[in-house]
Design a protein. Structure first.
Length: 342
């Protein structure tokens, strides 16, 4: 959420023309060399929710990946009409042949790269909120579950940035989810997170210590209904801000009995690691099964040296944790705190 805040990971919805209601076997090849990637549609009232499944066999665990803020897509269309993964994160996910991946698009996108709310379509701005996005993700979970074999491993979650907060909301509402990776998000409370930058320095808000009270008051006013829903502030609509501000992710995590992995960079200027630490402390106090990886010097993309290979490594480590694989790393200095190394 916001300018930079929750903005990187993955985007929103592809044009409606990319969706298909044909059986998977009858669909055209979406991405070259990926015959196992199929497109699906779930209808929810007037909303059409497109999602993609990368299926590698019924014996593989299934992970639902939740993108961050904005209204761009997991894919971009090539001149020949085929698709290509749009982000480093999408490529990392689709490179994994040992999992079944589910990638959901946000409804009502404008079909363009757009990390900021003022670049999104009016329909997206009018529809998108924490509640509407959770409803879409829940509908996809239901649709995927109905096709899984009876003995399949329960679906797991992987959410980055805004997607980490959405994973927290799903966990709090869905007891069938037994395992989740919360990446660069999922802090105790968004109001606390934004205000905390005034004290720890840096951060996308640019708030100084003496302005902490002003920031807190402004956010409370937004929560209480000040301003039009379609007004854009810090890259997101006030409708969107209100919906997330009223729902602390950390409290949702406390409602779940799932095993949790929290991953954050200590130099993250888009999502406060301090807010994640607050979630972690409460989860530990409540006796939850929670592990935290503190990536020293890493930013919102989990990079400490600006190298995309760092993101790939930490993503793959988190996926390995989800599926119960012991971590094998070559760079001993890159091992996250609390990681298990084979």
């Amino acid at each position: 959420m916001g300018q930079g805040r929750r903005g990187w990971l993955l985007g929103a919805v592809l044009l409606a023309s990319l969706a298909s209601t044909l059986p998977a076997a009858a669909q055209v090849l979406l991405v070259a060399d990926m015959p196992w990637l199929t497109s699906h549609v779930v209808k929810q009232g007037q909303r059409q929710i497109t999602y993609y499944r990368a299926d590698h066999g019924a014996d593989k665990p299934t992970i639902l990946f939740i993108q961050g803020s904005g209204c761009d897509s997991w894919f971009e269309r090539e001149d020949d009409g085929s698709l290509e993964p749009r982000t480093n994160a999408a490529t990392i996910i689709l490179d994994r042949q040992d999992i079944n991946a589910v990638l959901v698009e946000k409804p009502f996108n404008n079909g363009e790269d757009a990390d900021r709310g003022d670049e999104c379509s009016p329909a997206f701005i009018a529809d998108f909120s924490a509640d509407s996005w959770q409803a879409a993700l829940s509908a996809v979970l239901t649709d995927v579950r109905r096709t899984l074999p009876p003995d399949a491993t329960p679906i797991m979650l992987f959410g980055h940035s805004e997607g980490a907060d959405m994973a927290a909301y799903l966990l709090g509402a869905d007891p069938e989810i037994g395992k989740a990776a919360i990446i660069a998000g999922g802090g105790l409370d968004i109001l606390f997170e934004m205000t905390s930058f005034a004290y720890i320095g840096g951060g996308w808000t640019g708030v100084r210590e003496e302005e902490a009270g002003k920031m807190s008051d402004r956010l409370r006013a937004i929560m209480n209904g000040k301003g039009r829903d379609d007004e854009i502030l810090w890259g997101s609509s006030l409708r969107q801000w209100r919906s997330f501000l009223r729902r602390p992710p950390g409290l949702a995590l406390l409602k779940s009995d799932a095993s949790l992995l929290l991953v954050g960079g200590t130099r993250d200027k888009d999502a406060s690691m301090l807010a994640m630490e607050a979630s972690y402390a409460l989860l530990v106090a409540g006796g939850h099964d929670v592990t935290i990886w503190r990536l020293l010097g890493a930013d919102h993309r989990l990079m400490a040296r600006g190298d995309r290979a760092e993101t790939r490594r930490h993503y793959n480590q988190a996926i390995d944790w989800l599926i119960g694989r012991k971590l094998v790393v070559q760079d001993k200095g890159a091992i996250p705190a609390n990681a298990t190394v084979q």
